[in-house]
Design a protein around this ligand. Structure first.
Ligand code: PGA
Length: 249
């Protein structure tokens, strides 16, 4: 059985006191849920977030990590550093990392391998750009993103993978993929994994949708059979919105 997951990607938002305030409000308002709830504050506030949520079921995760063990990589953060402050899950491959920081499939494949070798669970993000969809190339793009970063992993690695399909045109734009478009792509992703591995792996991996999920559209998107939750950006910065999205699942 795959898990339902609602994760908030805070991106470069919330200073220390704002982080504390939002987390305190979230834990106070968290509804009873079977879903895994995660938040990804900025690196500098991860330690404070882990402490703040000690008594909560909300998991703190990172927005990124570096592929190297350690060394001369100014400004970067290693898997061991994350583990040492209590982080066991990392987002890898967010489209903003790809677009603004030059992260290629090759770099992402290295990050995924390092994370898994360190027993860090990977939330792998991928998705097509608007031109890909307009030119009907979105399935090819998604397939190659998955293949290049994930398909040489051992079958056993997949228990530590979460997928987040995030069409770039829907991120932070207010545009959302329709529930039908999300379902169509998620079903395609499961078919692609079935072909590369097998149906058990494909059926056990959680596939989240990301891109302008809001309280007003979450129920419809989450009701699709192959959508196992969401990776939430903007709406994760407002406690009542994030809580409403958790309730939607
Ligand atoms: P958004 O961001 O919800 O603000 O569109 C989603 C994401 O980038 O993960």
């Amino acid at each position: 059985m795959r898990s339902k997951i609602v994760a908030g990607n805070w991106k470069m938002n919330k200073n220390l006191s704002e982080t504390e305030a939002l987390l305190t409000e979230l834990s106070a308002k968290l509804p009873d849920t079977q879903a895994e709830v995660m938040v990804a504050p900025t690196y500098i506030n991860l330690t404070a977030a882990v402490r703040n949520l000690e008594a909560s079921t909300i998991e703190v995760i990172s927005q990124n990590m570096h592929f190297a063990e350690n060394g001369a990589y100014t400004g970067e953060i290693s898997a061991d550093m994350l583990l040492s402050v209590g982080i066991n899950t990392a987002i890898i491959g967010h489209s903003e990392r790809r677009a603004y920081f030059g992260e290629t499939d090759e770099i992402l494949a290295k990050k995924v391998k390092t994370a898994l070798a360190k027993n860090i669970r990977v939330m792998f993000c991928f998705g097509e750009e608007l031109e890909d969809r307009k030119s009907d190339n979105h399935f090819n793009v998604v397939e190659s993103q998955l293949k290049n970063a994930l398909f040489d992993l051992d079958a056993s690695a997949w228990k530590n993978i979460i997928l987040a399909y995030e069409p770039v045109w829907a991120i932070g734009t207010g545009e959302t993929a329709s529930p039908e478009q999300a379902q169509e792509m998620h079903a395609f992703i499961r078919k692609t994994i079935t072909e590369a591995y097998d149906a058990t792996i494909a059926n056990n991996v959680s596939i989240l949708y990301g891109g302008s999920v809001k309280p007003g559209n979450a129920v419809e998107i989450f009701s699709k059979p192959d959508v196992d939750g969401g990776l939430i950006g903007g709406a994760a910065l407002v406690a009542d919105d994030f809580i409403a999205i958790i309730k939607a699942i």
